[in-house]
Design a protein around this ligand. Structure first.
Ligand code: ATP
Ligand code: MG
Length: 421
């Protein structure tokens, strides 16, 4: 027997409904903010991701599904959503049409990681990207939209962590400060961090292996080298969050693993003691240099990405899904071959009138047909036998009250329109 690939999942019935429910809730919030959907291909030229994430990033160095196609091109299943959106934004010259572009996306991402709770090799993300405006107002608006998405889903115990990694001069000064500090402690850090020391010391703060090492906790903080501009920018973001009443915690150790971030970075984590506690549900930040690094114009951006599987797991834990499985409106029962044919015709008329109607395709005995109606929790039964056929009527049974009545067949649709709202 074949088995699914490690780290992938089947979404069957109710599980698929949960995914779609989360999607549609999020969609209804984010479209109010003026974001437009963008759907990019599942795979891109490998270079798109290498350029955006950087060769030193975890994503590029260990997590990508990269393959050659029959034409010898190196392609990669997208591990994240930002790079494809930037690629499309530039390729289609969307910056020529508007000053500010706001996009959202949904879809599967692929990363070769060790599967565990909330971590898969194929997983779904929802994300937004904006291009064109650098303003603390926009940063705050983006973060508020993230908070409102958690609110709309009813999710509790989420902690928003926020930090600034400064503008380019602050960031460069900070990198130097960290380098000097970590150089003196390098023996206690992992192999990856040893590599990061020269190329990108900020990434050491993001290390999964060394995350509990006191050397990381005690590292110098960015505030000591932040430029005045960067300080004022960050304070403005914070002031707006305060004014709106968003709860957050400034975490001076929070950095994003990727090179192109500047100024505002943030993460929403689950603040709980269960197996999902501490996991990031959403992460994002401002990227001033990303579009430029794609050889595009100097256009700033900010965005975030939510992990949908992690949202579903939390909503299961916190019991937040409404009843998503709806029973059938009507099950049609036919008592002989001719009647069965009729039930199929009626079922389709009912479906086209907006009702969920179902029938058993095989059995003419009552027992299996009643069983189907129980399984589907049908509100009504339509029963058709020889007598009904001859008189052009239907026997209708209300499954709640158990009352039964006979109605002319041409009244069928109107009858159910009255009975089932
Ligand atoms: P983590 O620290 O958990 O590895 P990350 O920093 O790699 O996350 P991002 O690249 O910022 O994550 O992706 C945004 C969100 O996508 C994460 O906050 C998380 O909710 C989700 N996510 C990332 N990787 C996975 C995965 N392998 N399986 C499921 N969800 C994931
Ligand atoms: Mg990761």
């Amino acid at each position: 027997m074949y088995q699914k690939v490690k780290g992938t999942q089947d979404f069957i019935g109710l599980e698929a409904k949960k995914l779609r429910y989360v999607e549609s809730k999020i969609r209804s919030v984010i479209e109010k903010y003026g974001y437009e959907e963008i759907i990019t291909p599942i795979f891109e030229n490998t270079e798109v991701f290498v350029r955006s994430a950087g060769e030193e990033s975890d994503i590029v160095s260990k997590e990508m599904y990269t393959f050659s196609d029959k034409g010898g091109r190196s392609l990669t299943l997208r591990p994240e959503g930002t790079a494809p959106v930037v690629r499309s934004f530039l390729e289609n010259k969307l910056y020529a049409q508007r000053n500010l572009n706001k996009f959202y996306y949904f879809g599967p991402m692929f990363r070769y990681e060790r599967p565990q709770a909330g971590r898969f090799r194929e997983f779904n993300q929802f994300g937004i990207e904006t291009f064109g405006t650098s303003s603390p107002l926009l940063d705050a608006d983006v973060i508020i939209s993230g908070t409102e998405i958690f609110n709309a889903l009813g999710i509790k115990n989420i902690k928003l962590k926020i930090n600034t990694i400064g503008d380019f001069p602050s960031r460069t000064a900070y990198a130097k400060l960290l380098q000097d500090y970590f150089r003196n402690n390098i023996s206690s850090l992992c192999r990856d961090c040893n590599r990061r020391l020269e190329k990108n010391p900020l990434r050491i703060l993001d290390c999964k292996i060394d995350k509990d090492n006191p050397v990381l906790k005690n590292a110098p903080k960015i505030d000591t080298v932040l430029s005045d501009e960067a300080k004022i920018y960050f304070q403005s973001v914070i002031d707006i969050l305060d004014a709106y009443g968003v709860n957050y915690e400034v975490d001076r150790n929070l950095v994003r693993g990727l090179d192109y971030y500047t100024d505002t970075v943030f993460e929403y984590i689950l603040d709980s003691n269960d197996e999902l506690g501490g996991l990031a549900i959403c992460a994002g930040g401002k990227y001033s240099d990303m579009v430029k690094s794609f050889k595009g114009p100097d256009i700033p951006g900010i965005g975030y990405a939510f992990g949908i599987e992690r949202i579903i797991a939390i909503m299961d834990l916190q019991n937040l899904f409404p009843a998503l499985e709806t029973g059938a409106d009507i099950v049609l029962i036919g008592l002989d071959e001719k009647a069965k044919e009729k039930t199929l015709l009626y079922a389709n008329k009912l479906r086209m009138a907006g009702f969920y109607a179902e029938m058993d395709y095989v059995n003419i005995n009552l027992k299996p047909q009643f069983k189907l109606s129980d399984q589907l929790q049908a509100k009504y039964l339509i029963i058709i036998g020889e007598e009904e056929l001859n008189n052009k009527v239907l026997t209708v049974k209300n499954n709640t009250t158990k009352e039964q009545e006979s109605i002319p067949e041409d009244r069928m649709i109107d009858y159910f329109k009255e009975k089932i709202k």
